[in-house]
Design a protein around this ligand. Structure first.
Ligand code: DIR
Ligand code: MN
Ligand code: MN
Ligand code: MN
Length: 314
C-alpha cells in the first residue's frame, strides 16, 4: 500500500492564530523523510488552500460557521479522493474542526469505518452546549446520527449529513470534558477512556477493550483522529488548549503502535500543533517532534527494529 500526506492549514475552528502553520512545521521537521524509511511509497499532496470568507457572521456564539463549513467540504473531497486512490491518508492540521471533513470524506469511501479519537477533550459540544462557541470543540457532534435533532442547521454545513453511530466511536485520553459533553457521552453510551481510566487499567488494556468494542464483530477501516493535546503538555506544549496530566510518550506510542498492528488504519488526522504558541523554540520543536513520532508509529515505525528489506539497504 501507499501513504498520502495532505496538509490542511486552517485555524478558524478556534480563536488562536498560528495553528494554520502546523502542516509546514511538521513537514520541516522531516515527516516525509521519516515516512520514506518505512516500507511503502509516500505521496505528499501538499497543502489545501482554504478561502476565508469576508462576510461570515457568527451563528449564536459560534464564530466563522461558513468558513469552517466550506473548508471542511473541500477537505472532505480531498480525503475521499486520496482514500479512493488507495492511499492510507495522513491529514495534517490545522485545528480539530477539520476532522468533520476528514472523517466525512473517509466515510464516503468507507461507510463502515470506526473512529478512535485521541484527545484531552471530547469535542462533542453542540452549538447549544458549547461554552466557547469554537467549532473545534464540536466536531464529533456534526458526525453523530444520534445528535441529529440536537444540532441546529449551521450555515456552511448543508453539504453534509451525520453519518456515524455512537457505537462506532472510542475516545482515549480525556481529561477536560464540559458538562454538556458529559451528559451526551453518558446518554449515548459512548465508549471512552479518560486519563483516570488509563491510570486504572493501563494503556495496554485500554487498547484491547477499544479494539474489542470496535472490531470484534468485524474488521473494518480505522479513522484515527489524534489531537496533539492528548499528550502531556511537557511533551507537546505548543498547542492551543493544553491540559495537565496527559499521555506519556510511551502511552502515546503504544496507542499508535497497536493501531498500526491491526493493519486497519485508513486515515489519520494529526491536529492542533500550533508553532506560534510554546514558550520557546525548544517547546515548539518538541511538540512537532512528538507529532512526527506518533505519525511514524501509526504507519509502522517500531521500537523493535526489523529485518533487512530492499529499502533498508541504502
Ligand atoms: C472546550 C475545549 N471543550 C470547547 N475544546 C477543545 O471549546 O468546547 N478541544 N480545546 O480540542
Ligand atoms: Mn480536539
Ligand atoms: Mn483537545
Ligand atoms: Mn508494518
Amino acid at each position: 500500500h501507499s501513504v498520502a500526506v495532505l496538509g490542511a492549514p486552517f485555524s478558524k475552528g478556534q480563536k488562536r492564530r498560528g495553528v494554520e502553520h502546523g502542516p509546514k512545521a511538521i513537514r520541516d521537521a522531516g515527516l516525509i523523510e521519516r515516512l520514506s524509511n518505512l516500507d511503502y511509497p509516500v505521496h505528499d499532496f501538499g497543502d489545501l488552500s482554504f478561502q476565508y470568507l469576508e462576510k461570515d457572521e457568527p451563528y449564536m456564539h459560534v464564530p466563522y460557521p461558513r468558513t469552517v463549513g466550506r473548508a471542511n467540504k473541500l477537505l472532505s473531497g480531498a480525503v475521499s479522493n486520496a482514500v479512493g486512490a488507495g492511499h492510507t491518508t495522513i491529514m495534517l492540521g490545522g485545528d480539530h474542526s477539520l476532522a468533520i471533513g476528514s472523517v466525512e470524506g473517509h466515510a464516503r469511501q468507507c461507510p463502515d469505518l470506526c473512529l478512535i479519537w485521541v484527545d484531552a477533550h471530547a469535542d462533542i459540544n453542540t452549538p447549544l452546549t458549547s461554552p466557547s462557541g469554537n467549532l473545534h470543540g464540536q466536531s464529533v457532534a456534526f458526525m453523530l446520527k444520534e445528535l441529529q435533532n440536537k444540532m441546529p442547521e449551521l450555515p456552511g454545513f448543508s453539504w453534509m449529513k451525520p453519518f456515524l453511530s455512537a457505537k462506532d466511536l472510542v475516545y482515549i485520553g480525556l481529561r477536560d470534558v464540559d458538562p454538556g459533553e458529559y451528559d451526551t457521552l453518558k446518554d449515548l453510551g459512548v465508549q471512552y477512556f479518560t486519563m483516570r481510566d488509563i491510570d486504572r487499567l493501563g494503556i495496554q488494556r485500554v487498547m484491547e477493550v477499544s479494539f474489542d468494542h470496535l472490531l470484534s464483530r468485524k474488521q473494518r477501516p480505522i479513522h484515527l483522529s489524534f489531537d496533539i493535546d492528548a499528550m502531556d503538555p511537557s511533551l507537546a506544549p505548543a498547542t492551543g488548549t493544553p491540559v495537565n496530566g496527559g499521555l506519556t510518550y510511551r502511552e502515546g506510542i503504544w496507542i499508535t503502535e497497536e493501531i498500526h498492528n491491526t493493519g486497519l488504519l485508513s486515515v489519520m488526522d494529526l491536529v492542533e500543533v500550533n508553532p506560534a504558541l510554546g514558550a520557546s523554540r525548544e517547546a515548539v520543536a518538541s511538540t512537532v517532534s512528538m507529532a512526527v513520532d506518533v505519525i511514524a508509529s501509526s504507519l509502522g515505525q517500531t521500537r523493535e527494529g526489523g529485518p533487512i528489506t530492499q529499502e533498508s539497504q541504502t
